[in-house]
Ligand binder design. Sequence first.
Ligand SMILES: [Zn+2]
Ligand SMILES: [Zn+2]
Ligand SMILES: [Zn+2]
Length: 353
Amino acid sequence: MSIDYRLKLLESMEKMRDWLHPSISKISKYGYYYPSACEIFSCAQGEELGHLEFLSQNQYLDRQFFDKVHICPRCLSYQLNFREICPSCHSSNLLLTKQLHHYSCGYVAPETKFRQGLEFKCPKCHEVLRHIGIDYSEPSEVFLCYHCDATSPDSDISCLCFNCENIFDVSCAIKQTLYSYKINVKGVEALERGLVKENVQQFIEIDFPLYNHAMFKEFSQHYFKESKRYGASLQLIQITLENWQEFIDINGVEEGRQLFHDLIIVIKESLRDTDIIGLLDEERVGILLPDTPFTCIDIILDKFHDTINQLNINNRLSINFSCSSYSKEMSQPEELFKQVNQEKTYHFLTNES
Ligand SMILES: [Zn+2]
Ligand SMILES: [Zn+2]
Ligand SMILES: [Zn+2]
């Protein structure tokens, strides 16, 4: 990523002297994009968000809340259909209906079970119900499932992703916060200097999108503070390669390096632009997922498995994933780094056949 474009963006924001708000976009995966920024980076709509966040995380831009978008944890698309589903059979063929309580026989059932033409007739004792308050009452509303006939006071909410057809519980949806941005004093200074400071060295290698440990730590501090301030969820995934030394011994350093690059790139491609992937330390890769509920981690790990499998790694490579969540009892991000090391690991072996 060329730093010049970030300066260009700062320049246009300085001229604007106002908040840059997102506009609705049907083709952006977040459902929003920032037209002027998108034009400067000549990227797909929505991809400019990563650059805006980078400038904000490095304190060149101030930001304020604009909107929250639910996105699919698998493909990151905003095109979700939220449906009420039956807690027993998961069908979405549900009806919210009144319940009737027939006083004389005590029978309680959804209204539809009583209805016969224009009348209400009790399915248990076959008496006709005439007067509400005298013959019967309407104590509550329930969900009636047309598929399995179960009634329940509450429904579950499920999401169907129109983009990848994934079906998941609403608690697994990732909430992407969208902000409005405005240049601040530090941003104006950078513009006058003609330099965005972090161009010194932010990745472990030039043009390879893995943040070095110092940058990763900085991002962790930023998101950790945000979670402390706003109570937003934050997940950290750790990736370690168990038999890496053995792999290098057999296949050589160059092949190992290439494989590591491919691995990071496919993982990076399955993340949002605002997720951060970098070095936790010499041996561990970390991924920070802001605004991400713990419930969607399984879906994210499944997605990693799928993308890594597509790499067709011909040798056995043992990859371990573990995850820990920010909790308000933690006082600094290092606790998150430490905890993730003690969590249960999900083991993944390539070329298992
Ligand atoms: Zn009855
Ligand atoms: Zn059902
Ligand atoms: Zn999807």
